[in-house]
Each structure stands twice: as C-alpha cells, then as structure tokens.
Design a protein around this ligand. Structure first.
Ligand code: NAD
Ligand code: ZN
Ligand code: ZN
Length: 344
C-alpha cells in the first residue's frame, strides 16, 4: 500500500510503498477514506534530531476516517464496511482518566509506550491503518468522511478547550480566538453554536480573517501592534473573558495577557514556545491560564453531533495521497483555508 511518511529529520515527507498490515488480535484494519493535515505534523517535522521522539519512518496522519476492512481475533461489535472516525489520543483504557473517556490524559500511556496514530504509531495517511482497539473507532454514519475527518482533532481539540470555559462565556462576555486556521475556524463555530459570547478573531492573514468572519466571528482584527487597541475599542474598553490562543508564541501570549480581565482565562492550545505568567501582581484577580491537549471520546461524539446538526462545518481542501507533500508545503506557506485533507 501507499503511505505518506516522514523518513529523514529535516526532509519533506515522501509517498512510499510499504506492506499492507494485517490486524493482530484485538486490532482493527481500517481502509482509509480521509486523513487530515495538522500544524502539529509540521511542528514535529521541524524538531531537531535530539528532540524528535516519534520514531522513523513515521506514517503521518493523526486525523483519520475510514471503513472497517478486517477484524483481528476477538474483535466484536463492528460491521465490516462500517464508516468510522478514529479517536486519536490512544490511552491504556484502564486508568482513571481513561475510565472517564479522557484517554488524552491517560496516566500510563507514556510508561506503556502507547502512542497515537501519526504521532508515534503508523498514521492515517496511507491506504490502510491499524487501529489498536475497537473503542478507538466512533461511528460516523452517513456523514461525508472528507468533510468530517478534521472533527477528530481540529474539531475535538477546540471543543474540549471551549467546553471547560463555558461557565465564563455568559451573555455579554467576549471570547478572543487567536489564529483562525484549521483549529481556530472550527473554534469560532463551536463558540457561536454553544456560547452566547461575542467572538473576536485575530489573525495575521487577511484571508484567514475573511474566513473567520465567514464562519461566524463577530469581528476579525489583524494580529499586529494595534490588535489590543482595536479589540478594546470593540469591547468599549472592557477586558475580555477568555482568550483561546491557537498559536502560542510570545506576541500572541503577550496579547492574551494584556487583554485578559478579572476572572478571565487564557487557554493555550497552540504548541508554540510562548507562556503566560500568572501571579498576584502579573494578572488581574482570579485570572488563570491552562494548556489543554486534544479531547475525550465522548467529546468527539458531541462534536460529531454538532456537525450532524449543521452547527459546524469544516472548510476543507482535498489532496490525493500523492499530493500529500504539496499539502504540507501549502500549510507551511499559510495558504490552506481551513483544513487540508488527504484522500487516498
Ligand atoms: P494552522 O496552520 O491551520 O493555523 C494557524 C493559524 O494561525 C493560521 O490561520 C495563521 O495565519 C495564524 N497565525 C500564525 N501566526 C499568527 C500570529 N502571530 N497571530 C495570529 N495568528 C497567527 O494550524 P492548526 O492545525 O490549526 O494548529 C494550530 C496550533 O494548534 C498549532 O500550534 C498546532 O500544533 C496546535 N495543536 C494543538 C493541539 C492540542 O491538543 N493542544 C491539537 C492540535 C493542534
Ligand atoms: Zn493535530
Ligand atoms: Zn489510561
């Protein structure tokens, strides 16, 4: 089968031919229908040798959709041909967070060397994908896999980030979304669907600001030195309630720190090196900061239901598997509106 692999540190990913895997006991073989392209892939491919921990060669793709092709020994409860989404943050399934469906916060994954597909285990950018356990497949029904595959990360990650902030997002509140890309443009829609707040998007790119407005942001401002002033003008001088930072570099975490108000929350989703200093003399009273990772299995089901209800719709641009390297070039150049999706 074909697979898009990261093979050499610092080099572009390549399409190669590798043997089609067979599912061992407990595993499921999925015929891939779609795989999403995430900025985190670009991040891991930018790591120097001594910081890279995902193994080589690595078949990319931690957003996966497919149909059930074959079942390993002992697997029950799935229909051959059934359309599924892959829940990516694999955990042990037995520790306390896993018992709550929060495998993204599994306490044992590191010790047991359990790694998500495309982030250590072979990923979804291939003709076939091995899924380690049937519980990591969520039924997709008749939803289009290409339009839906980003829900597994570009939908799930912002949904998890936003859900915990909901008590702060009351009528009259303001949420700022920094970075209206793959995750950010879905975050804007989730906010509009489940919270009565005003949504202000911030992006360096005029095209992404236009996308932000198109998908429901009340306002979109340029990410430059004037951003703070522009936002405070829009709020009538009031500081904001929650900032979701999908970039997390010094200029954006700095902006978030200056914008946040009393009792506010800064949510760092981007994997950039930026940080926020919280303290009695550093932040307004009761302000807090957190850095969430991915989301729970039940939240993935909730995100799929939002999509099924037509409340969120991912902007996607499809690429063939052979065009995969091109999709990553376009992502790096910042010219993907929404999410790039590989269709094998
Ligand atoms: P993307 O490339 O699709 O989007 C990034 C957006 O940020 C683009 O619209 C870009 O124009 C904008 N941007 C860049 N610099 C900016 C700046 N200085 N100010 C404002 N906007 C700026 O990326 P994505 O796939 O949506 O991922 C976003 C981030 O989230 C990445 O850092 C990614 O690694 C991270 N991520 C984290 C998790 C998690 O679990 N915490 C999960 C998935 C992705
Ligand atoms: Zn991702
Ligand atoms: Zn666990």
């Amino acid at each position: 089968m074909r697979a898009l692999q990261y093979r050499i540190i610092g080099s572009a990913p390549e399409v190669v031919d590798i043997p089609t895997p067979t599912p061992a006991a407990g595993q499921v073989l999925v015929k891939v229908t779609a795989a999403g392209v995430c900025h985190s892939d670009e991040f891991l491919m930018s790591l120097p040798d001594d910081q890279y921990t995902y193994g080589l060669p690595l078949t990319l793709g931690h957003e996966g959709a497919g149909t059930v092709e074959a079942l390993g020994e002992g697997v029950t409860g799935l229909q051959i041909g059934e359309s599924v989404l892959v829940y990516g943050p694999w955990g042990c399934g037995r520790c306390y967070p896993c018992s709550k469906g929060e495998e993204n916060y599994c306490e044992r994954a590191a010790n047991l060397e359990i790694k998500p597909p495309g982030l250590g285990a072979p990923g979804a950018m291939a003709d076939y994908l091995i899924v380690d356990d049937a519980r990591h497949l969520v039924p997709l029904g008749d939803l289009d896999p290409v339009a839906s595959v980003p829900l597994t990360d570009a939908g799930l990650t912002p949904y998890h980030a936003i859900k915990k902030s909901l008590p702060k997002l009351v009528p009259g509140s303001v949420a700022v979304v920094i970075g209206a890309g793959g995750l950010g443009h879905v975050a804007i829609q989730i906010l509009r669907a489940i919270a009565p707040c005003t949504v202000i998007a911030v992006d360096t790119s005029e095209d992404k600001r236009a996308l932000a407005r198109k998908v429901g942001a009340h306002h979109a401002v340029a990410s430059d030195e004037s951003a703070e002033e522009q936002i405070l003008e829009l709020t009538g001088g009031r500081k904001v309630d929650v900032v979701f930072d999908f970039v997390s570099i010094d200029p954006t975490t700095g902006l978030a720190s200056r914008l946040i108000g009393v009792g506010g929350e800064i949510v760092l989703v981007g994997v950039g090196p930026g940080a926020v200093k919280v303290g009695f003399f550093s932040t307004p009273w009761e302000a807090s900061a957190r850095a969430p990772y991915w989301g729970s299995r039940s939240e993935l089901i909730e995100v799929i239901e939002l999509a099924r209800a037509g409340k969120i719709k991912v902007e996607v641009e499809a690429f063939g598997l052979d065009q995969g390297p091109k999709a990553y070039e376009r992502l790096a150049a910042g010219t993907i509106p929404g999410r790039a999706v590989i269709v094998p």
